[in-house]
Design a protein around this ligand. Structure first.
Ligand code: ATP
Length: 676
């Protein structure tokens, strides 16, 4: 039998293993549901087994492995052993070793990291190629590390084919081709936080998602309670990436946006102008809100008399002040502080009662507590986050007191509501207000945190949004992914250390990814010219892709040129994205010409069409095989950071980019000449 046939026979063994595991899981689902000790364990076990059964049965014919490691004769514990590496562990027959090792297992690390210089005992690394439908093993490539042979990504046919594959549909996993610099980030220890600065297409999102899967595998126990949270920029983007983790066997990761994470705080029913939003998103607001909240804590004056039957306990002003001041110094959440003041005063009375020979029972304690609450309502009143925020945004005097020395009078004016609501219940909150509500809620009570938070497109977060994330990862670690050059919000970070400080992890290491896996070299060259004019201190990318096409054309009629470009693009396989400042007229024209066009939310039932029209403001994080960018000048002009937006739009293409313009190009792109 030749080597390829032998490998194909192994594929059959693996498929047999999948069937065996599937039967076992199905059997266990039935047994698990009937024999587990209590309902809770039965549910957990049932849930686990069902998801395993589902996972295995969904892809019984998928490629069971993508790599193999052959260890040398002197490799210690691994001496002369062969390991097949795949998306998931496949058990061998009873008593036999597994037929496939999970890519996240320690032994699989060498598949991504072993080099000719540091082979770590690996003699041969084998990569497998599969047919497009993944059903058939078509070939393999060996690197004889023991003979100093090594291929980088560009030299491997299998890796290049994967990177250059035409993109269709949602994002896919990259387990088979994770690069060493990416693997370092994926497997970085959970104890530390990291920040990945990566140019477009360097795999930040991919790295973040694989890191989530890795951490859940390596630290399942530790992450059992807190779990992993993935934050992305918008719902459409989350839809685009939503299949990656389930494909890696992880179905329990919460993937959401900062907005949705905070939406229980209130409904968004108002929109801020930029002046107000910029102030509300500034971290100085945290100080203002804290002051506004703690302005409620008063200084006790006089003696407190607490009736106890016919007797009255007296707590003098000195003791009252001591309890309030001590509690304030402890810097616990506001409502915990209030509770502490109450319980400390109750214990003080209890001690006095005991020293008088009484034995206070629970009913007595409850009675004393009730009497003390009135005092607490005056010096440390219970309050809702809505009241504090509404006060700051409504009452100019209260705001002036809280913001004295922190916000300028102009800034204070910018955030005051022009038409104040009658009370906090009828307040119409804006997106930024919700973050303020969350800040105050965080001052009132401690937030339940996550074990690990992965923040994608983090450059766009405001300081206040960063703080909201920090509150949810106080006892965990975070992975921050972003690109300062793609920052488009008015409050976006200019430097990573600033954002990391607000995220509560100033010590996080900033690591740059510079190899681009998406954008072809010609397109990168054009984008880099624009990058040089943006105020962003980031390293340039080096594209791994020498293929691809870039055409910049001045045209007499934009819509007509877009229609022609789409028709031309449809000759190729792969997705087509039409990007413009305003896509509505283009969509109308394309549809009038009988071309099916999807919009990002797919709400009009067009999801899955080959052509998608995306406004430049929503295209961040996406990629299309062929991009038609219409009227770049309009994209650049549409907002304050229009140059950055244009940079995002220019870097979405995987294989081909058509730039069509009727007006002069923005200066940085100008001397390009046309056609190419
Ligand atoms: N090691 C790899 N092997 C194969 N494909 C890869 C690899 N790394 C990244 N890619 C692919 O490159 C493309 C870009 O990756 P990704 O979207 O994660 O980049 P990004 O840095 O988040 O980009 P952006 O900043 O534009 O959002 C994706 O199609 C991804 O699957």
């Amino acid at each position: 039998m030749n080597e390829l046939d032998a490998e194909r026979a192994y594929v059959e063994r693996c498929r047999e293993a999948v069937r065996r595991m599937l039967d076992g899981a199905r059997h266990n689902v039935i047994v698990g549901e009937t024999v587990a000790g209590d309902r809770y364990s039965a549910e957990r076990l049932g849930h686990h087994l069902k998801s395993l059964a589902k996972e295995l049965s969904e892809e019984p014919d998928g490629p069971p492995f993508f790599g193999r490691l052959d260890y040398g004769a002197d490799a210690g514990d691994h001496a002369a052993r062969k390991y097949y590496i795949g998306r998931r562990h496949l058990s061998g027959e009873t008593g036999e070793p597994p037929v496939v090792i999970d890519w996240r297992a320690p032994v699989a690390r060498a598949f991504y990291r072993a080099s000719a210089r540091e082979p770590g005992g690996v003699a041969v690394r084998r990569r497998f190629g599969w047919s497009t439908d993944s059903a058939e093993l078509t070939g393999y490539e060996d690197e004889r590390l023991d003979r100093g042979e090594e291929r980088d990504a560009a030299a491997s046919r299998i890796v290049t084919a994967e990177i250059e594959r035409p993109r269709v549909g949602p994002m896919r996993d990259i387990v088979a081709t994770i690069q060493p610099e990416q693997d370092e980030l994926v497997r970085a220890p959970i104890s530390g936080s990291i920040c990945v600065q990566g140019a477009p297409g360097t795999g930040k999102t991919a790295v973040g998602l694989h890191r989530a899967a890795y951490l859940l595998y390596a630290h399942r126990q530790r992450l059992r309670n807190g779990g992993v949270l993935v934050l992305g920029p918008n719902q459409a983007f989350l839809g685009y990436i939503s299949q990656v983790l389930p494909a890696l066997g992880e179905v329990d990761v919460e993937q959401t946006t900062v907005g949705r994470l905070l939406r229980h705080r209130g409904e968004i029913r108002a929109h801020d102008g930029e002046d107000a939003a910029v102030v509300k998103h500034d971290a100085r607001m945290a100080k203002v809100l804290r002051r506004a909240l703690y302005a409620r804590v008063g200084k006790p004056s006089g003696t407190l008399a607490v009736p106890d039957g016919s007797y009255r306990w007296r707590i003098d002003e000195y003791d009252l002040r001591r309890v309030v001041d001590d509690t304030r110094r402890e810097a616990v959440p506001y409502l915990v502080g209030r509770e502490r003041v109450i319980s400390r005063l109750v214990s003080l009375l209890q001690q006095r009662a005991e020293s008088r020979g009484q034995t206070p029972n629970a009913a007595w304690v409850k009675r004393m507590r009730r009497s003390i609450i009135g005092f607490a309502d005056e010096v440390w009143p219970a309050v809702r986050a809505e009241e504090v925020v509404a006060e700051v945004l409504t009452d100019a005097d209260a705001l002036a007191r809280a913001a004295d020395g922190t916000l300028t009078p102009g800034e204070q004016k910018a955030i005051l509501w022009t038409r104040p609501p009658r009370g906090h219940k009828s307040a119409r909150w804006s997106e930024a207000d919700i973050v303020l509500l969350d800040e105050v809620a965080g001052l009132l009570e401690r937030e339940q945190g996550y074990g690990h938070v992965i923040v994608d497109e983090a450059q766009d977060l405001s300081q206040m949004q960063c703080r909201a994330i920090a509150r949810r990862s106080e006892h965990g670690s975070i992975t921050v992914l972003g690109d300062l050059a793609q920052a488009t919000t008015p409050w976006a970070a200019r430097r990573w250390p600033d954002a990391l400080t607000h995220l509560g992890k100033p010590e996080a290491a900033v690591i740059a990814l510079t190899t681009g896996f998406r954008v072809p070299a010609a397109v990168v060259a054009l984008a880099n010219r624009l990058l040089a004019t943006l105020d962003a201190d980031v390293p340039q990318t080096r594209s791994l892709r020498s293929d691809g096409m870039l055409r910049v054309r001045r045209v007499p009629d934009l819509a007509e040129a877009v229609v022609a470009a789409v028709r031309d693009a449809r000759r190729h396989e792969g997705s087509i994205g039409v990007i413009a400042a305003d896509v509505v007229p283009l969509v109308e024209r394309l549809r009038a010409e009988g071309i099916e066009v999807a919009t990002l939310d797919g709400a009009d039932g067009t999801a899955g069409a080959q052509v998608t029209a995306v406004p430049a403001t929503l295209v961040k994080g996406f990629e299309y095989d062929h991009v038609i960018l219409a009227e770049p000048a309009a994209v650049a002009e549409a907002e304050t950071r229009g140059g950055n937006r244009l940079y995002v739009a220019l870097t979405r293409a995987v294989s081909r980019l058509d730039v069509l313009h009727t007006r002069p190009l923005p200066a940085a792109l100008d001397d390009h000449g046309s056609p190419m």
